[in-house]
Design a protein around this ligand. Structure first.
Ligand SMILES: NC(=O)c1ccc[n+]([C@@H]2O[C@H](COP(=O)([O-])OP(=O)(O)OC[C@H]3O[C@@H](n4cnc5c(N)ncnc54)[C@H](OP(=O)(O)O)[C@@H]3O)[C@@H](O)[C@H]2O)c1
Length: 286
């Protein structure tokens, strides 16, 4: 598969989002492992997870432990795989999501993630979401301390505005490598952040690239032009959506979630799908 940079390393142009394997509606362990293994078979070398990908209220780290088990059980070489995890969000007892950006909390979460992943340093650690109750520079200051201490090798942020991106990069002393924001055919309001990442040379990890869990299957009905282009190429509308966003910028890496080997394998072929300039223009205005 084609590759794209995340800081000093190259990863597959399409990653795997682990969230649907850990939250409500997740499959059993056997299918979860088969899904991650299918991603590795297809050449995926970026797996995104978070300490908050688990069922509420208190099963923290399910996703990280699953990824660690999947990598350990895989027969092939996994040395090129970059595991990206996050801290700063929580599950609430009612099944919702909360934020906790206190520096001490973030540092504690990172220590726990290190143990679950079974590594000495985390490949990419991302601050999950700004906490309205904690100054952003304080939360990012904790990420800077983790970098300085060698607990994490690379630092990223998520759910960020252009102001957050500039501020985080400043607090990190120019060492920010990635921004993970929502971006899909049906949700395009992260275009300013994508443009800024492009100009700063930061990786833009597009989350929920197919519209999100429970909505990805009917992408082609919701945005009919993606289905039209898909029909003319004999591929899925989801693969067209990923190819369309890959063409937007060389720094963009979509991280579609999956609960089945079939969908992972399909998504991983998106970088090989060449769309014409006319098709891309039609999809831009869909
Ligand atoms: N930073 C954040 O705040 C944040 C928020 C949300 C998500 N994320 C990250 O982004 C990742 C992706 O987002 P998401 O899981 O919410 O939504 P998504 O990727 O838009 O949609 C996930 C769904 O897409 C389906 N799918 C994947 N490839 C497909 C294909 N080729 N054809 C048909 N269907 C396909 C999967 O179906 P099957 O179940 O049938 O396989 C899965 O249920 C997450 O896993 C997580 O790592 C981050």
């Amino acid at each position: 598969m084609q590759s794209r940079p995340v800081g000093d390393v190259q990863v597959s142009a399409v990653g795997l989002g682990e969230m649907p394997l850990s939250i409500e509606g997740r499959p059993d362990e056997r299918r979860s492992l088969a899904t991650i293994h299918a991603a590795l078979d297809a050449g995926v070398t970026l797996i995104d997870t978070a300490n908050s990908y688990h069922l509420p209220p208190d099963e923290a780290g399910h996703g990280e432990e699953l990824v660690a088990r999947a990598l350990a059980a895989y027969g092939g070489d996994t040395s090129a795989v970059l595991v990206a995890t996050k801290g700063g969000m929580t599950r609430t007892p009612d099944g919702g999501w909360g934020t906790d950006g206190r520096p001490d909390y973030l540092k504690r979460c990172c220590e726990e993630s290190l143990k679950r992943l079974g590594v000495e340093a985390i490949g990419l650690y991302q601050h999950h979401r700004p906490d309205p109750d904690v100054p952003y520079a304080e939360s990012i200051g904790a990420i800077r301390d983790l970098l300085d201490a060698g607990k994490i090798l690379r630092a990223g942020i998520s759910n960020a505005t252009p102001e957050h991106i500039r501020e985080a990069n400043e607090v990190l002393g120019g060492r920010l490598v990635s921004v993970q924001n929502r971006f899909s055919p049906v949700f395009r309001s992260s275009e300013p952040e994508l443009a800024l990442c492009d100009s700063m040379g930061l990786t833009f990890l597009a989350y929920s690239p197919l519209g999100g869990i429970g909505r990805a299957a009917d992408l082609g009905t919701r945005v009919a032009r993606f289905a039209e282009v898909a029909r003319s190429h004999g591929v899925s509308p989801q693969r067209v959506a990923l190819a369309w966003m890959l063409a937007k910028s060389p720094v963009l890496v979509p991280i579609p979630g999956s609960t089945r080997p079939e969908t992972v394998t399909d998504s991983a072929q998106a970088p090989e799908l060449a769309l014409s300039a006319a098709e891309l223009a039609r999809l831009d205005t869909a």
